[in-house]
Design a protein around this ligand. Structure first.
Ligand code: BGC
Length: 457
């Protein structure tokens, strides 16, 4: 009994420390909205220069993701996460010292590399460390940390904005970076990676710390061994339609996550709040913090249910909630946000949208993308799907204001509403249910040619 407990504590410790990567992801993504006005003022920056400061991080993240597949395969998951912690720490200090917009944009590009690496390696590492019955919960914890990071960034921005301390906003991120570095230093390496590089005894030692008993350790080792034996190179795998099919699924899943419209809310919350009638800057600021808070709280719903109800029902419910709330928001803009009642309905639908995302697509798309690929092609698969996430993220970030100008608020929110409803059907048609199934079983089904929807059965 005691053994069961200590292995569980170890698993949660691993999850917590690795999920710090999620915290930094959220902090770095969230921090800029509040810091930007002061940065713009200090350097008399043009709109274009400001856009560069925001989006250079996203561009860096695409690059970081692409790099991390190769790095984490060659040097292991642990060292890759450590490298990202070093970049986070150096980048935070450098950003706080930047003496021009160009330097700041360059440093944010560098920081983006760490965000990309972290967003790739942390969920991969977690899926390889977790016992299958709580795998979904652990990866959802990673998403929880992203949301906490975003919330903390919104709060610290709100607070520091009174003194216009943008250098402190950016520099303070060195603290969580160092905590993450020290935490990850004591973590074990992923047993699946150890096996891949032929360190079988080390893999066994790690599993002993993470699993309840010797039976569980041996059966998991046997599963991994079977998969490593039949492995072919990832690029050769690409020629196999069964593998390319699942690669496509990962791309579609991450596209759906971003095109729900979540980052429209995250990046442009104050502007949307202004449009729905919150006029003062302080109302908008605290409204933004409320959005961040709801984003954190609703993630707990996913954590509680992802391994009980399964991935698909929660995703379907989430897309439906997001579709309807975007629809209602569009409707309010159509009717005109003149009356108090319309204003309240608009703000509530915005918050309901956030709940819909945080309880479903936020965590669950990351969960699915860490589960569906065969071991030999996992780095490649996660690389491609994570890069898709960042590319679509950048597209949404860069086009929302243009959409708003061309389609108006009504058209823009209706468009996102329709997309979310469409995603219910796409998701149901192609996504497997992976709750409680071992990664090896999913791989066997995929490579045996089962339709995607059934590889979890
Ligand atoms: C998404 C991010 C988003 C965040 C919001 C993540 O799952 O990938 O783009 O900003 O959730 O909580």
């Amino acid at each position: 009994m005691i053994e069961v407990k200590s292995s569980q504590v170890m698993v949660y410790l691993v999850a917590f420390i690795a999920a710090l990567a999620g915290l930094l992801f959220g902090l770095d993504v969230g921090v800029i909205s509040g810091a930007l006005p002061f940065i713009g003022k200090q350097f008399a920056a043009t709109e274009l220069q400001k856009e560069w400061v925001v989006s250079s991080l996203l561009v860096g993240a695409v690059g970081g993701t692409l790099l991390s597949g190769v790095i984490s395969r060659r040097y292991g998951r642990k060292r890759t996460i450590l490298a990202s912690a070093v970049i986070f720490a150096l980048g935070s200090v450098m950003a706080s010292l930047a003496n021009s917009i160009g330097v700041l944009a360059g440093v944010r590009l560098f920081l983006g590399i760490a965000v990309g690496i972290a967003s790739f390696t942390a969920p991969l590492y977690l899926s390889e460390m977790a016992p299958q019955r709580i795998r979904g919960r652990l990866i959802s914890m990673y998403q929880l940390m992203i949301t906490i990071g975003i919330l903390l960034a919104f709060m610290s921005d709100a607070w520091l904005s009174y003194g216009e301390h943008w250098r402190v906003m950016l520099g303070i991120l060195v603290v969580p970076s160092i905590v993450m570095f020290l935490g990850v230093l004591v973590l074990p390496e992923s047993p699946r990676w150890l096996f891949l590089v032929n360190r079988k005894d080390d893999a066994r030692q790690v599993l002993r710390k993470l699993r309840a008993g010797e039976d569980e350790v041996e059966s998991e080792l046997a599963d991994i061994a079977r998969m490593v034996e039949v492995r072919t190179g990832a690029l050769t795998l690409l020629a196999n339609p069964r593998f390319s099919k699942v690669i496509l699924l990962g791309i579609v899943l991450q596209m759906m996550q971003q095109f729900t419209g979540i980052n429209v809310m995250i990046y442009y919350a104050p502007k949307i709040l202004e449009n729905v009638g919150l006029e003062s800057a302080s109302e908008q600021m605290w409204g933004t913090v409320l959005i961040g808070l709801i984003n954190v709280l609703a993630t707990f719903v996913a954590i509680a249910f992802v391994d009980k109800l399964g991935r698909k029902p929660i995703l379907a419910a989430g897309f439906a909630v997001m579709g309807l709330s975007m629809g209602v928001l569009g409707l309010m803009f159509m009717l005109g946000i003149g009356s108090h009642a319309h204003k309240v309905i608009a703000i509530v639908s915005l918050l309901v949208f956030i709940i819909g995302f945080a309880m479903s697509a936020g965590p669950i798309i990351w969960v699915l993308c860490s589960e569906i690929y065969p071991l030999a092609g996992r780095e490649l698969g996660v690389t491609i799907s994570t890069a898709t996430n960042w590319i679509c993220n950048a597209i949404i970030g860069a086009t929302f204001l243009t959409l708003l100008t061309n389609l108006g608020s009504v058209g823009t929110f209706f468009l996102f509403g329709v997309l979310n409803i469409l995603f219910i059907f796409i998701m149901l048609a192609f996504t497997p249910e992976t709750k409680g199934v071992s990664l090896e079983h999913i791989e066997e089904n995929l490579m045996a040619g089962k339709p995607l929807r059934q590889i979890g059965n």
